[in-house]
Each structure stands twice: as C-alpha cells, then as structure tokens.
Design a protein around this ligand. Sequence first.
Ligand code: F3S
Length: 413
Amino acid sequence: MKLNDLEKAMLEGDRGPATRKAMEILVQLGDIYGAERMVPIRNAHMPGASVVVTGKAGARFIDDVAGQGGRFTVPTMLNPAACDLRDGEQSDFDPALVALQRTMTASYESMGGIACHTCIPYFLGHAPLAGEHVAWGESSAIAYCNSVLGARTNREGGPSALAAALAGRVPLYGYHLDENRRPTMVVDVRVPIEDVVDYGTLGYFVGKQSVNAVPAFVGLPSAHADGLKMMSAALASSGAVALFHVAGVTPESPSEAELKAAGLPRVSYGVDEARETAALLDGAETADVDFVVLGCPHASVLEIRECAELLNGRRVHADVVMWLAMPLPFVALAERAGWARVIREAGVRIITDTCPVLGAFGPLRERLPHGVLATNSAKLAHYAPGKFGASVHYGDAASCVAAATTGRWQGGA
Ligand code: F3S
C-alpha cells in the first residue's frame, strides 16, 4: 500500500506509540483487503464502548492506549455502554461493573471521545455528508450511515475503529469504493410501509433473502428517517447488510430505469411476505408478557413523544417491566417537554447510555416469569431469544404499550 509522508511518519512513531500501533493495524488491514492507499476520514463511531463487549482485558487495553498518549484526530462518538451512567440509575448493575465502565468511558474521553453512548449518533449531529469517508462500528448505524446519509464506511470492529480514530484515516477498500456500493438486488415493495415496525419487518425479510447483499428498494416513496433507522437495524441483524439503496433517499441510488436495465435479481415484498415475516418475529406462544422494550435502536425525539402520547393516563401492569431507551441528550428534551414525567408516571423506566443487548442487566430471564418480551424492534426480536432466553411478541409501539398496561399481548399491528 502506498503511504504519504505523514502516514510514513506516523508508522515510524513520530506521533507516539499509540498512533504507530494504529497505523500498523490499518496497514495490515489494507494489505489483507488489497487497498492501494489510505483515505482521510471525517469522523468515527466507536463500537467497543461497553465493557460487556470488551471485557476487563479490552477495558485495560483502552486505558493503556490513553496512557500512551493516544488522542483521536477526528470527532469520535461512543456506542452504548454496559450501564446507565447517570447518578442514581445503577440499581440493576453490579457496582464493580459500573466502576469498570466509568473507567473505560473516562479513558475514551481523555482521548477525545464524546461519551454520548448511543447507537444513533447521526441524530445527534454526528452525521457525515454524502461521499465523506468515515469509520463506524455498530451494525445499525453503519447501514444508516452508508445508505441514508450516503457517507462511506466499512463494518468497523472495536480495534479498527480505534485505530482509524487515532490515525484519522482508513485503508481504501470495501464500501469506500464505488464498485462495491452498487445494488446487487432489487426489492419491489408492494405493500404500504408506514409505521417504523413496517420498516423493520421489511428489512428483516430482505436481510433473510440475501446475506451481505446491497439491496435497492423501489416502492418506498415517502420513506422517513425513523423508519429507515429501524430498517437499517433489521437488515443488519438478519442479513449483515451494511448498505442499501432507497430511490429518492440514498444520494447515489440509480434510477428505476437504470435498475431495470442492470437486470438484477428481483424480490417482491407484498402482503404475504409482510405477514409471514412478522409471524416469524412474533414467536411467543403465550399471551402473557413480562417485559416490554421500546428504543432499539435508541428512540428518536418523535418516538419518545409517541410513547408519551400512548402512555398518557395509563399505568404499566404490576407484573410487567417496561423500558424506553434513548440518547442522553433526548432525556433532557423529554424532561422539558413533559414527556419524561408522563412516561415515568406510567411506570416506565427511561434507559440511557446503554441498551438491552449491550447492557449488563444480569440474568434477566430469571425475572421474566413467562419468559416473554414484547418489542417493536426486529433487531431486538432477533437477539432476545439468545440474549435473554426470552420468546418474543412483535408489533407496533401501540401494541407494545397495550401489552405493558394489560400484561397481555392482544395482537400486533
Ligand atoms: Fe442500539 Fe442496542 Fe438496539 S446498540 S440497535 S439499542 S441492540
């Protein structure tokens, strides 16, 4: 791989041992994937931000990198942590784990990391422009970044995202190159896609059809950001999809005529496919519900408001636990708007900094007498059986709130 003078100097240690190690990792990656050169990045999003993922050894490694003088050279945000880091919000968490998480977060911050601890950094101003190169981890955010923002990232893991943030560059391969960003299949959407849960079901269906594909969706004329957030998470869960095209949304999306001329394989998504996919995700056999989770990916402002409207004047059933997960800055907004009061008075716990999958909530299964979780997230429905040993009811936010307040699943929309 060709390196410029600055890159050679970093590799020789001119910027200290942490940056030298980062460059060694990036050069190795570039050699493995046949990159000809490096490309500067606009920003990074760090996936290894939960000590549940990194373990003690990973947390020590981050501490060492910070101790060696490692400093991020581009804006870098952190993915969800293992626990809620607000004072007084740690009742569910092992104190030793909270201490370890606080230390790792502080190490990231000392390198310049922004401790938003969210999987939707793009709703917090961490939104690169179309065509810009970035280094992002977190599968749902990667798909959104490539497909909705039109920026360019590979699927970065913890070490490669860390190296990229330190060196401010990545090797030029994979989704950074035009030739790997073209659609490989077309999805004809023949059913109305309106609620965010519709987007998640569609994404889950398409991911199951073809792993690692670059699907192009036609028939989504009024796609909205919250729906595409949910679809990104679902596509990444069922099919490891890192990039998709939606006509009128994805900046580089070919026209329908160009897609037709390319003669790509086509998949149709109609009423039957939507019903079958929702049934696949809605696998619980009992109507009793123990645990309801909204906010995977973390809830947007509009989703928080919708949740408050659905809960207004209602109360979560005594045998049910309900969580709403959101980015920390949105908690402040929810407080000001009065939504947080409505949500809390209904008995719902507002979770921030963490999430059900990356959080260290302990043996949750033991606290679910019926072993049933309800959610509007296809991603969480996909992971809940493995993570919690729970079976799942899957439907829109209104169905989930109805289940939370009655303790019974009454069918999802
Ligand atoms: Fe985000 Fe956690 Fe869901 S990282 S997409 S809330 S599993």
